[in-house]
Ligand binder design. Structure first.
Ligand code: FAD
Length: 509
């Protein structure tokens, strides 16, 4: 079935897609957005509430009969559903992604971290770093509704004992700790604790969606774009590939039902096409279109410079750490060992070891809200990726292969081991075998980056080389690692690209 001709088509509704949609609609342009996941707000939120970590329903998981969380208990379902958290499994890496209108913002921890200036320069040598610090990062922070936990609430609430213990232990081991901004509203969280509003972060909701409190994209960028009246979003529209036509691009779409079956096939014709399906999604669309759509003009760098942001998950078993006391605290419960029965799902602190050249890393102090004291400290460590991996396309399965070998991640495990050893030496504890065999999870990726990199596969503003009116403004642009949780950077880079694209590519429209 062939639909009408669309002026501006955006594929994907995560950070890159949301920025593109807002800036285009604000410039008075009509935009159609296609999203393979559900619009979770439609029909009065019919498919919600989102699941918590302990008793997930099938809306937690993208088209599988059991949950795929990195370390929580596995729940099974009778029926597959187009749930909110997906996991794409490759030989040495399992990549998580959000599905639905809002993309990763629906499932992530909300940490809005600005990268180190020096590392940003290293990753993007051709960008004007001062302009980013002056304009695009502050803009992204404002539009995403970033806020910071107050010292008082952080110090007082039992829900952040895990973070206080984490910081205090890290300092004892000689590491520097920092507090990290977030898009979860801390005013809302305080009200949750006071029993004034429904609980979300304090009721173990996060990777399967937050029902309240988080300013995910459907409440910020996408909401603003929709109020212009110029944006229409089609959910359960999964793009297979696209092809160049005389008037732009023909985009081939499978329309899904909530069990993932294809109920309709559509061809949508457009003039300008914005690819924002996330690092793996965008790279897959380009590679599939090269093969199936005979688009042979892409730059040879397509599929290169992919990385997991140096992600490695690790933890410490604290059963034998009898007195991991928190500095300056007096309440009895805080003098007990462990990380606390009550835990907010929203991380707010980290360990900044970036300046240590031999072991450069940033570690997120992560919650592990199991509803009981598990005597386990959890960390998501983020590293440099000096040897990036790559992505190729296998036409037999119409899918991508992520080429990610030991050489790409062995230094991340080294850094994690160094960190755990130092923490245990200062505080007691052992590497946590409870979480992963051997205690380290270098195959868990929350932060896929790259594959169609800025300045290589695209020009310096996200215009795909070799074609006109074809753009990328998402995580595929960032080569392999940014050294901190990435969505603030992805948003800032998208803002910078859209600024130029709207100024220069729409003049005569
Ligand atoms: P995405 O947000 O992934 O958006 C891409 C969208 O495109 C998705 O909605 C997808 O369904 C859609 N799509 C894909 N393929 C197609 C197709 N073929 N057709 C139609 N639609 C398609 N980052 C942080 O900075 N802080 C955090 O605290 C944090 N925590 C995280 C926790 C988890 C569990 C996960 C999974 C990620 C976390 N991240 C975090 C990472 C962050 O969410 C991602 O870096 C970010 O969402 C990437 O933005 P994007 O625009 O590149 O792509």
């Amino acid at each position: 079935k062939t639909n009408e001709y669309i002026e501006n088509l955006v594929i994907g509704s995560g950070y890159g897609g949301a920025v593109a949609a807002l800036r285009l609609t604000q410039a008075g342009k009509k935009v159609v957005m296609l999203e393979m996941g559900l619009d979770w707000e439609k029909e009065g939120g019919k498919y919600k509430p989102f699941s918590n970590l302990i008793t997930p329903k099938n809306n937690s998981t993208w088209l599988r009969k059991s949950t795929q969380a990195p370390m929580m208990n596995i729940s099974r379902f009778n029926k597959k559903f187009t749930g909110v958290l997906d996991r794409m499994d490759f030989e040495n890496v399992k990549v998580y992604a959000g599905r639905g209108v809002g993309g990763g913002s629906l499932v992530n921890g909300g940490m809005a971290v600005q990268p180190k200036k020096q590392y940003f320069k290293e990753i993007f040598p051709d960008l004007d770093v001062e302009e980013f610090w002056k304009t695009y990062f502050p803009l992204a922070q404002k539009e995403l509704d970033v806020n910071q936990i107050s010292d008082k609430y952080y110090n007082d609430t039992p829900y952040y004992k895990f973070a206080r213990v984490g910081e205090s232990e890290a300092r004892k081991a000689g590491f520097k700790t920092i507090r990290v901004p977030n898009v979860y509203s801390f005013d809302y969280m305080k009200k949750e604790e006071a029993g004034k509003v429904p609980k979300s972060a304090l009721a173990k909701e996060v990777i399967y969606g937050n029902n309240h409190g988080k300013q995910s994209l459907e409440k910020t960028y996408l909401k603003k774009a929709l109020t212009t009246g110029l944006l229409s979003i089609h959910d359960l529209h999964q793009v297979d590939y696209f092809q160049q036509t005389e008037k732009g691009y023909a985009v081939y779409v499978n329309v899904l039902n909530t069990e993932g079956e294809v109920v309709e096939k559509k061809t949508i014709n457009c003039k300008k096409l914005f690819l924002n399906a996330g690092s793996l999604g965008t790279t897959k669309l380009l590679l599939a279109s090269k093969f199936k759509g005979k688009m042979n003009n892409f730059d040879p760098s397509l599929g290169e410079y992919w990385g997991n942001n140096g992600n490695v998950m690790t933890g410490r078993n604290m059963v034998n750490t009898l007195f991991n006391r928190v500095e300056n605290e007096a309440t009895d419960s805080n003098f007990r060992p462990g990380t606390g029965v009550k835990q907010s799902t929203i991380p707010v602190s980290g360990i900044d070891n970036w300046e240590d050249e031999k072991h450069s890393f940033f570690a997120e102090i992560s919650p592990l809200p199991m509803g009981m004291e598990v005597y386990t400290a959890l960390y998501l460590i983020i590293n440099k990726v000096p040897t990036p991996g790559s992505i190729s396309y296998n036409p037999k399965i119409n899918d991508i292969i992520v080429n990610w070998e030991k050489k790409n991640y062995k230094h991340t495990v080294k850094n994690a081991k160094y960190f755990i050893k130092k923490m245990n030496k200062a505080n007691g504890g052992t590497p946590s075998g409870l979480l992963w065999k051997g205690g380290y999870g270098p195959d868990i990726c929350y932060h896929p980056l790259g594959g169609a990199v800025l300045g290589k596969t695209t020009d310096l503003y996200g215009r795909v080389k070799g074609y006109e009116n074809l753009y990328i403004t998402d995580g595929a642009l960032v080569p392999a690692s940014i050294g901190v949780n990435p969505f603030l950077t992805i948003t800032a880079v998208a803002e910078y690209c859209m600024d130029e694209i709207i100024k220069s590519d729409y003049q005569q429209c």
